[in-house]
Design a protein around this ligand. Structure first.
Ligand SMILES: [Zn+2]
Ligand SMILES: [Zn+2]
Ligand SMILES: [Zn+2]
Length: 344
């Protein structure tokens, strides 16, 4: 996450906050720039701190989704640009589901701010009913919900917000970590695939790196859950799940790129930078454009893992980035950067 500071007192702000912890100024996220800013309460609305305009009001999901995003005062919609994308949520009497819903919405706002920050654009489902982006956050208590993406609709099983449940599933699947934000980053990778790859003129390059996505997904799924996992998958894939099918490899790699991108911005916003990692010499020399980013990231994660061990915790970043994985990350980065330039 990029750094935000309070215009009133200079305090470093957290993206999720609605009030500055130091000077108590109200805070809100500008719907256009997706930047968090200090506000002046005008009684009949809010303006950016000590500025006469523009006027905003708070999103009507302020309480339900713990939403701190703003809506332009003259906007006929009550919901902000993030909350509007959600087409399904738990019923009003489902208090457990609604608590999980607020957690999921919080992760989604972080996702959307990052997507906008790296210059990717999406079409909401309200504009494109066939392939536009929408989110369904559903409670699996009374029915079976499968987290996934289909033609622009991202569905999240809200039981993934329950720490104990998610930890159980994580162990069952042997995943190094499993988070709601990670799920959303993975699923939105599927959403961006057609635009970035298929119509983005990168299908041949994609197939040479990730494999042929036309192979049967159903067969691949059966094989994967039948326990037929690839040995030494760490040499070519960012996760075991990525081995299942080229689409999943893409989504896992895309999500990992977003982890790294956000992680580095957050580190910089706290003034954290670590020198060259010791792992650098283990890798062959490369001219990939992502190399400086990976170097900075690995240096940082070596330090963070060391910090985790210092307080008796497991490694915060239990991943190995093999050269083949770095090449795939570079492919994702190039697709994102070039698409952002085209859109600008
Ligand atoms: Zn402040
Ligand atoms: Zn909202
Ligand atoms: Zn997937």
């Amino acid at each position: 996450m990029r750094p935000f500071t309070c215009a009133s007192c200079g305090q470093l702000l957290f993206f999720e906050n609605s009030v500055c912890l130091h000077c108590h100024s109200p805070l809100g996220v500008d719907p256009d720039s997706r930047r968090l800013m200090a506000l002046t309460d005008r009684g009949d609305g809010f303006t950016p701190f000590e500025q006469p305009e523009p006027y905003f009001r708070r999103c009507s999901n302020e309480l339900l989704a713990r939403c701190n995003w703003l809506v332009a005062a003259d906007d006929p919609e009550g919901l902000c640009t993030s909350c509007r994308l959600t087409t399904e949520r738990p019923n009003d009497d489902d208090t457990v589901g609604l608590a999980a819903f607020a957690d999921a919405e919080t992760a989604k706002r972080r996702l959307l701010a990052q997507i906008g920050g790296i210059g990717l654009t999406f079409v909401p489902r309200s504009i494109d009913p066939d392939a536009g982006l929408a989110f369904e956050f559903l409670s699996a208590r009374n029915r079976r919900i499968i987290t996934g993406h289909q033609d622009g609709v991202i569905t999240l099983d809200l039981s993934e917000s329950d720490d104990a449940h998610r930890e159980f599933v994580r162990q069952q699947l042997g995943e190094p970590y499993r988070t709601v934000l990670g799920h959303l980053r993975h699923e939105i990778g599927h959403y961006f695939w057609p635009g970035l790859i298929e119509s983005g003129g990168r299908i041949d390059a994609f197939r040479s790196l990730f494999g042929d996505e036309r192979t049967s997904y159903e067969d691949a799924k059966k094989k994967h859950y039948g326990g037929d996992s690839q040995a030494h998958w760490q040499d070519t894939f960012v996760s075991e799940y990525a081995t299942m099918h080229p689409w999943e490899d893409w989504a896992e790699t895309f999500a990992h790129y977003l982890h790294i991108e956000d992680g580095l911005h957050t580190a910089r916003s706290f003034g954290l930078a670590v020198g060259e990692p010791s792992t650098r010499s283990d890798r062959p020399a490369s001219t990939l454009a992502i190399e400086p980013m990976v170097d900075a990231w690995l240096a940082l994660t070596v330090a963070l893992n060391g910090m985790s061990r210092s307080i008796g915790e497991a490694d915060m970043y239990p991943f190995v980035l093999a050269p083949a994985v770095i090449e795939k990350l570079d492919f994702v980065r190039t697709a994102v950067v070039e698409s952002a330039i085209t859109e600008a």
